[in-house]
Design a binder for this molecule. Structure first.
Ligand code: 3H9
Length: 711
């Protein structure tokens, strides 16, 4: 059983407690049971109020069952699913007596829609509470009445903000927006709720708003007049088009639905919502985004085999060596997550830069009201600067982020490993150098591990955790635990040149360089990839990272993996000319307010750039870059750098911004068809007389077995 009903005096209690599940879900069975209960409740003339609660810790209801949505194959099936759920929630809304949802955890998607159908919503002060409608992140829209009810409750602007952005908000914001009526302490919750239910049942029939929202004048016009609505819709459409770049259909569809239903009666509005839900639920984008949801659920809980039995001591103190861009960012992230940080660099200026970088991030958090001034100051105070190797005797973990030079790093490992407690974890944030070589320079190689953050540290969700043959399970378990504590998604990678993400990325960037040398302008190559959905093209990315860094990493990859990674001539030339990218103001682009193509690049290429391309040529160039990535990723699987295709997809989406709507690089390859990828690569190999395109064994085997990476 999943939904229980009890009557206590004049109050009815509906309790959600889905058996054998950590979370409550509005599965088809749960909805059926709720339907039956509501029919019974509606007949009870003695009832004064209905209270809806959850027995799950930190979860009210996590929404409809995503597995059921994944299984929808026909739009009509999706439409019916939404329509039947809507009718049940309409019954809840239409109950004669007041209904009170008691939220002490997450109320997401259908869970939020259920509370919207209640007359009142109260919550505890539980920090874990999140309320909202994340459906667009799954490529769908709220289908249990959310698009109809939320704009009516919160006003059009705030309603659109939540629905189109797939936003979820903490209780404090929900109270401010009018999504909650009241907050109570967890202690004595039932008494508070009973008193509240008593109060509202005495007032039944009067306002359903306990806290009527006081809108300031411009907002009042925007939210409460037809002209205001037109302005809000126009702005929202502009924003959605800008954000979704046409790749994600659901926010636009949600906007269309709300625009049409805002003045409709409930039944007509709901029908339109259900139809739109059905249409979206069968799109490849929806199925791909659901795949990404599962991947991220799986990887955020990643453990090493047998890792559940290893207890790693909590990391309370951490030393960060090197206060550059990465070191400063890492120090900020650690202190943000309650860890005391010792930030070391060789001189005061260098340390000051790292501190300034951390302080800037905290200032931004205050500006965005994510932190109070006092909280930011307390977090900043957790970082203590030093130019000495002091304080290392009590550290639980060291993260090395000094200059990317193996000899320097080995010296650091040798020196510092003698100063830290024997059980401390020693991490390197190198982006490509041999972690094994560093481990072998340390006193205890089993405590050394790679912990590769991506830039900017506070924003990029991925951490590559790099294991060497020496790394102990306890060290790996400790590193995974740290990654989770920092809110990052880890992937486990074996030590190999460039690890996983940079290896794939640089194979692709080098191929982009070859296209440029063939006369395809850098901006055109970049557009090919942004049209594919990448957040930026390879040349702009190269400018962001720094062409010096790119060339350096390519040389490391060339040394370890061979000729195919030899930096293409144009990268060497750009580097020699000190066109380092954003940091020097010029690279493939000139960086001022906007990046504009650098007119000197064609001269460096030494041949005229091509004019208009045919669609076929355009696609072929793009395929060369994308299939190069697929081939390199397959080589990583063949070399056992990672253990499964899912790790590649998590790495590429979270480390490079590979378009989530494509479900990941490996899933994209499956959708193209492995046979087609292999044939195209073989064709490129022949046409360009280039070994680098030769499909690797892993791909050939998949083709022979008529398999895909996932199927
Ligand atoms: C929707 O509601 C559509 C409607 O508008 C209309 C329909 C017609 N479905 O992550 P955890 C699983 S769409 C299926 O470890 P946490 C999760 O995968 C839905 N499964 O806990 C995991 O499985 P496993 C909109 C779900 O505390 C297990 O529950 N809702 C769902 O770290 C435990 O979860 C969302 O998008 C689900 N809806 O985080 C919310 N939710 O044990 C998606 C969870 O096999 N969910 N599971 O690995 C989340 O964001 C997080 O899971 C949550 C809990 C914050 C709830």
């Amino acid at each position: 059983m999943s939904v229980f009903y009890r009557k206590d005096g004049h109050f009815g209690f509906i309790t959600f407690d889905l058996a054998d599940s950590k979370v409550n879900l509005l599965t088809a069975d749960v909805m059926k049971r709720l339907d039956t209960l509501l029919d019974e409740i509606a007949k009870d003339a003695a009832l004064k109020a209905v209270i809806i609660e959850s027995k799950k810790k930190d979860v009210f209801i996590a929404g409809a069952d995503i597995k059921e949505i994944e299984g929808i194959t026909e739009p009509h099936e999706g439409e019916l699913k939404a329509r039947s759920g809507q009718k049940i929630l309409d019954k809840l809304e239409d109950l004669r007596v007041p209904t009170v949802a008691v939220i002490d955890g997450v109320a997401l998607g259908g869970g939020c829609e259920l509370v919207l159908a209640c007359r009142y919503r109260v919550a505890t002060f539980n920090e874990k509470i999140r309320i909202g409608l994340p459906e667009v992140n799954l490529g769908i829209l709220p289908g249990f009445g959310g698009t109809y009810r939320l704009p009516r409750l919160l006003g059009l602007s705030q309603g659109l903000n939540i629905i189109l952005g797939g936003r979820v908000v903490p209780a404090k914001d929900a109270l401010k927006f009018g999504l909650l009526d009241r907050q109570f302490p967890q202690q004595g919750l039932e008494n508070h709720v009973r008193a509240f239910a008593g109060e509202v049942s005495d007032n039944a029939g009067r306002s359903s708003h306990i806290r009527p929202r006081k809108l300031k004048l411009p907002q009042k016009i925007l939210d409460r007049t037809v002209v205001g609505h037109a302005i809000v819709f126009r702005e929202a459409r502009k924003n959605v088009l800008k954000q979704s770049k046409g790749f994600y259909p659901s926010p636009l569809k949600a906007l269309d639905v709300i625009e049409k239903t805002l003045y409709m009666n409930r039944d007509s509005g709901m029908r339109l919502e259900a139809k739109a839900f059905g249409d979206l639920s069968v799109t490849p984008v929806c199925k791909n985004l659901i795949h990404v949801f599962y991947l991220s659920e799986k990887y955020k809980k990643l453990s090493i085999p047998g890792g559940e039995t290893i207890s790693s001591p909590e990391i309370k103190r951490c030393s960060v060596l090197g206060a550059g861009v990465m070191g400063g960012g890492i120090a900020q992230l650690l202190s943000q997550n309650g860890i005391l940080v010792r930030l070391k660099d060789i001189n005061h200026d260098a340390v000051a830069k790292g501190l300034q970088a951390a302080a800037k991030l905290f200032r931004q958090a205050v500006k965005r009201r994510r932190l109070s001034r006092a909280q930011a100051a307390a977090r900043m105070a957790r970082i203590s600067p030093t130019t000495e190797y002091s304080g290392l005797g009590t550290t639980d973990c060291v993260i090395e982020a000094v200059v990317e030079n193996l000899d320097v790093k080995k010296a650091v490992f040798q020196q510092v490993s003698a100063l830290i407690p024997p059980q401390a974890i020693f991490c390197t944030n190198t982006s490509a150098l041999s972690v094994t070589a560093m481990a072998e320079a340390a006193r205890d190689p089993s405590r050394v591990i790679g912990f590769h953050f991506f830039n900017p540290v506070h924003r990029m969700p991925l951490v590559e955790i790099i294991m060497t043959r020496h790394t102990s399970p306890a060290t790996a378990a400790g590193a995974l635990q740290l990654a989770k504590r920092l809110g990052k998604t880890p992937i486990l990678v074996q030590d190999a040149p460039g690890f996983l993400v940079n290896r794939i990325l640089l194979a692709y960037i080098n191929e982009a360089g070859r296209l440029l040398e063939e006369g395809v302008p850098a901006a055109v190559v970049d557009k090919m990839m942004t049209d594919f959905g990448m957040p930026m093209g390879p040349f702009l990315l190269s400018d962001e990272v720094g062409t010096d860094i790119g060339v350096k990493v390519l040389h490391i990859l060339e040394a370890g993996l061979g000729e195919r990674f030899k930096p293409v001539g144009i990268f060497e030339k750009v580097f020699e000319k000190k066109l380092l990218g954003k940091k020097s103001g010029k690279g493939f682009y000139i960086h001022s307010k906007h990046a504009v193509p650098n007119p000197d690049i064609p001269g460096l290429v030494g041949k005229p750039m091509r004019g208009q391309m045919t669609i076929q040529d355009y696609q072929k160039c793009r395929d060369r870059m994308v299939y190069t990535m697929i081939n390199e990723a397959a080589r990583c699987l063949e070399d056992k750098v990672v253990d499964e295709p899912a790790a590649v997809d998590v790495g590429m989406i979270m480390g490079t911004g590979f378009p989530p709507f494509r479900g990941g690089l490996m899933r994209y390859a499956d959708q193209v068809g492995i046979g087609n990828v292999v044939d195209a690569l073989a064709q490129f190999e022949k046409e360009f007389q280039a070994d680098r395109f030769r499909p690797c064994r892993y791909l050939l085997d998949l083709k022979d077995q008529q398999k895909g990476f996932y199927r």
